[in-house]
Design a protein around this ligand. Structure first.
Ligand SMILES: [Zn+2]
Length: 274
């Protein structure tokens, strides 16, 4: 539950159950616990269309074409807003987080994959169907590693947790991303090289997004940004080197997210308030 300034005033969580009916029941239960009678916002991990139908959620088995908004309205009798979770997180960062006051910002969530949200000209971009911001599947190398989406060489194959893990294994710097960041923080030269290579791939995607959207700010969120400046500084350097005419443009900010893993929930709640 959030107030008008986006401050969290109450919080509850439950593990995500299996199956659409159980998930809707869990959300309804949380809403009734936290704020009976109040509008509800949901940030859902998948393709959410303009009618509030969760079309496809790759990490929620069996959740396909679920009319989540309609079912929650029927159950709770209050206004319900449903957005893709990365889109909702973007709105939270723009309203009350690291991008407060920015009208042209892209929020990039680096985790297992890459999520994205876009505010352009001050307006949260949803696209024709609500599916805008699926930036992790921009193809950077047509003969690159296989992606679960069916393509090869998507940005998230390189610049997500699995991308960092692959770079770490190739260089013999541990088996997991956390090991690389811990070693890099301790000054390990090989680990710092892996971080620089990883940051180059992050920057490569940011450069493409800059050509498309001309943002003034990128907000980097997700588990990988816990590395902080160890990731952000080499990303800024690679970005400046890759972007055409970067000396002749105003600088584009690249900063860490402010709201952490709660950004999606906060953004969904703010959208419900609005
Ligand atoms: Zn893909």
């Amino acid at each position: 539950m959030v107030d008008e300034r986006g401050q969290v005033t109450a919080e509850a969580r439950v593990p995500t159950p299996v199956g659409a009916d159980a998930i809707i029941g869990a959300i309804a239960g949380l809403a009734e616990t936290l704020g009976p009678g109040l509008p509800v916002g949901v940030g859902a991990p998948g393709l959410v269309d303009a009618e509030g139908v969760l079309r496809f959620a790759p990490n929620l088995p069996g959740v396909v074409d679920v009319p989540m908004r309609g079912q929650l309205i029927a159950r709770l009798g209050v206004p319900v807003v449903i957005e893709n979770d990365a889109t909702a997180a973007c709105w939270a960062e723009r309203e009350v987080g690291a991008a407060a006051g920015s009208n042209d910002v892209v929020v990039v969530t680096l985790g297992t994959g890459i999520g994205g949200g876009i505010v352009s000209g001050g307006i949260l971009q949803r696209g024709a169907n609500g599916f805008a911001g699926e930036i992790g599947h921009i193809v950077l190398s047509a003969d690159g590693p296989d992606c679960p989406c069916g393509m090869k060489g998507c940005w998230e194959r390189y610049a997500s947790g699995s991308g960092l893990t692959r770079l770490a294994r190739e260089r013999g710097v541990g088996e997991r991303g956390e090991e690389v960041t811990a070693l890099a923080a301790a000054g390990d030269v090989l680990a710092l090289e892996v971080m620089a290579d990883f940051a180059w791939w992050v920057a490569l995607g940011l450069v493409s997004l800059t050509y498309l959207l001309d943002p003034s700010l990128f907000v980097i969120g997700g588990g990988l940004v816990e590395a902080g400046e160890l990731l952000l500084q080499p990303t800024r350097e690679a970005f400046t080197g890759l972007l055409a005419g970067s000396r002749h443009r105003p600088p584009v900010g690249i900063v860490g997210a402010a709201l952490g893993e709660r950004a999606g929930a906060i953004g969904a709640a703010l959208l419900a308030r609005q």
